[in-house]
Design a protein around this ligand. Structure first.
Ligand code: 8YV
Length: 328
C-alpha cells in the first residue's frame, strides 16, 4: 500500500522526521527556507497532511488550492494561523500541542516577569558597555516581585501555571480575568481571585497576558488600558502579537506611564515596532517561551502523533475541531 504524502513546513528534529517517515512519504524543509504562500501551496498540492508552525497561515485560499488535504497538525498550542471555520467546512482536521509546553512556557513567563521587574537585561547592557564604575544605592533599582500583586489576563493551563508559581513560589496575591471564571477548586489550587478587567488593570503590579489571539482579543491592551495601569506596573506578553497595541505600548514606556514591559511576541513579528527597540525599559525576546529542547521535541512528537493518529488509525490525540471526526 502506498504511504500517504505529508509536508513538513519548517526544519524540525531528525527524530520527528524519522517517526513520520515510518508512516508517510515526507517532504521536509530541513534547510528551513522561507516560503511564500504560493510556495506553500505549490508544495502542499496533493498532500494529505501538513505539519505546521504558527508562522504558516492555513486559510481559505490554501484549503481551496489543496483539496486532498485532510489534517493540519500545528506544533503550537495557539492556532490563530488556522482558519478553523474554513477547515471544518471542508472537513479538514486541525490539531495543536497543548499540555506538553505548559510548564516550560509558564517558567518563561516568570523569567520575563523577573527580568523586567529587576531590570536584568538593561543592567547587563550597561555593564557590557563598560559603564559600571561603582556601586550606587539606586543603581537599576526595580520593582518588588515577592509579595506583590500578580495579574493574569487569560487563565488557561499556562495562566494557571504562572499563578501557581507566583502564589506558591513568591507569595504573590494573584488576581485574574478570563472569559469564564474557573471552578472554585482550580482557583484554590493557584490561590487566584477572579476580578473584572478594570480591577485587574488597576491593581496588578505585574500583568501577564496569556490569552489566545482572536479578533475579539485584538488590542485587548491599548492606550486606554495602559492608562489604567499603575505607573509602577510591568506588562508581560507571552500570548500573541496583536493582543497588545505595540505602538501604544512603546509610547507608554517612553513616557514612563508604566514602569516596564517584557515581550516575547509582537504585532507583525519577526518585525518589532521601532518604538520598542528605542526604549530601555523593555525586555525583548524572539518568541521563545516554549523553547527548551525537551519541550520543543515533545511538541514535534505530539504533532507527528496527531498525523499518525488520524491518517493511520483514525484517532488524533488533540483535535481542535472534533466535529470533523464525528461526520465521518
Ligand atoms: C510555538 C507558541 O513554538 O505554542 C504556541 O502557541 O507560540 C510557541 O510555543 C510557536 O508558535 C511556533 O509554532
Amino acid at each position: 500500500m502506498t504511504k500517504p504524502s505529508i509536508l513538513v513546513t519548517r526544519a524540525t528534529f531528525p527524530e520527528v522526521l524519522d517517526k513520520l517517515a515510518q508512516h508517510f512519504e515526507v517532504e521536509d524543509n530541513q534547510p528551513d527556507t522561507a516560503w511564500s504562500k504560493q510556495d506553500l501551496i505549490a508544495r502542499l498540492k496533493g498532500k494529505t497532511g501538513v505539519f505546521t508552525t504558527s508562522g504558516e497561515a492555513i486559510d481559505a485560499d490554501v484549503l481551496a488550492a489543496c483539496p486532498e488535504l485532510r489534517i493540519c497538525a500545528n506544533t503550537a498550542v495557539g492556532f490563530n494561523n488556522f482558519d478553523l471555520k474554513a477547515m471544518t467546512a471542508r472537513g479538514v482536521l486541525g490539531t495543536n500541542t497543548p499540555d506538553v509546553l505548559t510548564d516550560s512556557t509558564a517558567d518563561f513567563g516568570f523569567a520575563l516577569l523577573m527580568a523586567t521587574a529587576r531590570r536584568v537585561a538593561e543592567s547587563e547592557h550597561y555593564l557590557r558597555a563598560g559603564k559600571w564604575d561603582r556601586w550606587r544605592y539606586d543603581l537599576f533599582a526595580g520593582t518588588e516581585v515577592n509579595g506583590s500583586t500578580l495579574g493574569i489576563l487569560g487563565m488557561g493551563r499556562i495562566g494557571q501555571g504562572i499563578a501557581r508559581r507566583g502564589a506558591h513560589g513568591f507569595g504573590m496575591q494573584v488576581i485574574y480575568h478570563n472569559r469564564s471564571r474557573l471552578p472554585a477548586e482550580q482557583e484554590a489550587a493557584c490561590k487566584a481571585r477572579y476580578v473584572s478587567k478594570e480591577e485587574l488593570l488597576r491593581e496588578a503590579d505585574h500583568l501577564v497576558l496569556v490569552l489566545p489571539y482572536s479578533p475579539e482579543a485584538h488590542h485587548a491592551i491599548g492606550a486606554a488600558e495602559l492608562a489604567q495601569m499603575k505607573p509602577t506596573a510591568n506588562l508581560i506578553n507571552i500570548a500573541r502579537g496583536g493582543i497588545v497595541d505595540d505602538a501604544a505600548l512603546a509610547a507608554a514606556l517612553r513616557d514612563k506611564r508604566i514602569a516596564g514591559a517584557g515581550l516575547d511576541v509582537y504585532e507583525g513579528e519577526p518585525k518589532v515596532h521601532p518604538g520598542l527597540l528605542a526604549v530601555p525599559n523593555v525586555v525583548l525576546t524572539p518568541h521563545i517561551a516554549s523553547a527548551t529542547m525537551p519541550t520543543r521535541l515533545a511538541m514535534g512528537m505530539l504533532a507527528a502523533d496527531n498525523l499518525i493518529g488520524y491518517l493511520v488509525h483514525g484517532k488524533p490525540l488533540t483535535p481542535l475541531n472534533p466535529e470533523v471526526l464525528e461526520r465521518k
